[in-house]
Write a protein that binds this ligand. Sequence first.
Ligand code: 6GU
Length: 257
Amino acid sequence: MRIDVVSIFPDYLAPLRLSLLGRAQEDGLLDLAVHDLRDFTFDRHRTVDDTPYGGGAGMVMKAEPWALALEQVLVAQGAVAGNAGHDAGPVAARRPVLIVPSPAGAVFTQAMAYELAEEPTLAFACGRYEGIDERVLEWAEQRFEVRPVSLGDYVLNGGEVAVMAMVEAIGRLLPGVVGNPESLVEESHADGLLEYPVYTKPSSWRGHDVPEVLLSGNHGKIASWRLEQQLRRTAARRPELLDGADAAPFGKAERAV
Ligand code: 6GU
């Protein structure tokens, strides 16, 4: 998968070169490019923001640097023919996905991570300040499938931390990135439930014992104990997951709740 991120703080994204995703890039499973929005400005101060029309607090990100940066992303992703940085018209059959992190977006879920992991390319536009001039989104709609996405109901200073979370959640689902694909099946949200508790040696530690059933060797009993734990945990911590319209990648009908 090819991923392009545009930000005024490219260094913010540096941790994506570490650990599992770092290895995935070395192995050629993920091709990640981070672009500095200020490289698409031409004044002495490399200005990316200005005061809002209509007044109000804060600053708004200017449109033109975003168009130039996103045009370069389209060329890098092979979606348009490059022409001195100018959009020379579409080449790809389908518009590439552009994710715009925003607390006003649709909430990012594991189901969305699975869906986005199927895309050949993804682009992320990290806004800062009060947001990006709305006309950039209108312009981008003609070239990308634009998806405003939120991490949850709280406000961050910009999209960078959200992009790190989303790229990690999506990247680990790419074939070959996680060594043992079994671990993707058993984790929280894979089946719409929270994961069951886990234990390792010693079986007795500071007066706390591992549940007897896990030492029994009875795999049927262990599986039903784990499912019961998943249901209990989900009911206690996230009851809305049990009856909500939350989209899980596997059908809820397969579960006997
Ligand atoms: Cl994706 N961006 C920003 N700026 N704040 C957020 C968010 C995203 N998700 C939750 N809060």
